[in-house]
Design a protein around this ligand. Structure first.
Ligand code: AMP
Length: 390
């Protein structure tokens, strides 16, 4: 039986992803319940029911589930055991098993290897004694990434030579980790897909992503890649979602190498920052699609309505007050999304701008103008246009 309008969707986590789910849920007549340590955060502000509690606290999570017809997540760092406990009270999508397979980087790498999916050369580390063999396998330059809890470049250290390793190991907290080859990729893309319980899969357009300091800076669509690569990337996404038995939206981040090879960087079993463009540029947003999938409804059309560029707005733009929004609002083709976060800090995702245009070049030009105006810097002091370098 599909879970229809009037039902309550419970979300563990109350950040911007849950906020945009809440907007779409309310539009379609659903109620939304949010569990978050700060119930007045981005999603709590729009919720019908707010439950205060940490994501790893079983009591509040069970309270959420008892009040909900279906429970989902806005971060994959919710402990799998907690999801398991919650599933006694309401269906949980994605399942605890999906989170178990992906929330630990080492488990994710093992899952990819077992399923013969192409990925970055890497070695799994549990203790310092594992380092020499890892170096032997991976070489330099490399990236040392913690197994758990890292995001937006946190918990990642670049390692150029063997003598940097002990310091890098300390920096990531001397915890289990993955050492990866630093890939000199040609492009970064993401596959955005939704899968239903019955196994139906729909893809949104492939997104082309540019990171700066390991944080997503821009997403452009359509991605400027050959259709043969689109087909290969989608096939990788399909195999991952099917092998996991995933239900809901999923993003698979991939590197495109100079030889046109695809390597999986990361799997996110949820709506994703690189899919924000769908909210305004596609017939069905990733947030609506996620709700359709977890509620057992047919998936929506994913058609791209217009070429688009999404520009992330980080806390660095607040100095300390917000930038002058006329830089965005004066463009009829630009749409401002702000997440209602009270405390800006450098690197924190505070909002984004979506620019729609006739061509992706035109959208990119407008996004660049907006970025320059928001940063309030003259061109000589800038690091490069949005979208250049990581
Ligand atoms: P992650 O948190 O693992 O998705 O990493 C964030 C960003 O850092 C990626 O989107 C890339 O731009 C960069 N990055 C991560 N891993 C690698 C790698 N092995 N080689 C090159 N760049 C990487």
């Amino acid at each position: 039986m599909p879970i229809g309008p009037g039902s309550t969707i419970g979300v563990i986590g109350g950040g911007q992803l849950a906020r945009m789910m809440a907007i779409e849920a309310r539009r379609a007549g659903y109620r939304i319940a949010i569990l978050d340590p700060d119930p007045t955060g981005p999603a709590g502000q729009l919720a019908d029911l707010r439950i205060e509690g940490a994501w790893d606290d079983v009591g509040p999570a069970q309270e959420l589930a008892r009040a909900s017809d279906v429970v989902t997540i806005d971060t994959e760092h919710v402990p799998a055991d907690l999801l398991e406990a919650v599933s006694a009270h309401a269906p949980v999508r994605p399942s605890a098993a999906v989170l178990r397979a992906v929330q630990d980087r080492r488990a994710q790498r093992r899952f990819l290897a077992e399923n013969r999916l192409p990925q970055v050369r890497h070695a799994l580390l549990s203790r310092p004694a594992d380092l020499p063999a890892a170096v032997e396998r991976v070489g330099f330059p490399a990236l040392l990434k913690t197994s758990r809890g890292g995001y937006d470049g946190r918990g990642q250290v670049r390692v150029a030579a063997a003598e940097d390793l002990p310091k890098a190991w300390k920096e990531i907290g001397e915890a289990p980790a993955v050492l990866e080859t630093f890939v000199p990729f040609a492009k970064e893309i993401s596959v955005l897909l939704a899968r239903t319980e019955a196994g139906e899969i729909r893809f949104h357009p492939i997104a082309e992503n540019v990171h700066r300091h390991q944080i997503l800076r821009t997403t452009s669509v359509p991605a400027e890649i050959p259709s043969e690569l689109v087909a290969r990337a989608e096939e990788i996404g399909r195999r991952i979602a099917t092998a996991l038995g995933h239900v809901g939206m999923m993003a698979v981040e991939l590197f495109v190498t100079n030889d046109g090879e695809l390597l999986v960087n990361e799997i996110a079993p949820r709506v994703h920052n690189s899919g924000h463009f769908t909210f305004g540029a596609c017939a069905t947003s990733q947030f609506e699609q996620h709700l359709r999938a977890i509620c057992g409804l047919p998936l929506g059309e994913t058609l791209l309505l217009r070429p688009a560029v999404m520009l992330n707005l980080l806390g660095d733009l607040w100095r300390p007050g917000p930038p002058d929004w006329t830089a965005v609002l004066r463009h009829p083709s630009a749409h401002l999304h702000l997440y209602g976060k009270k405390r800006p800090f450098p690197g924190r995702k505070m909002g984004h701008v979506l620019v729609l245009a006739d061509t992706v070049e035109e959208a990119r030009r407008t996004a660049e103008t907006i970025a320059i105006d928001l940063e309030g810097l003259d061109e000589s002091r800038r690091e490069g246009p949005p979208g250049s370098g990581t």
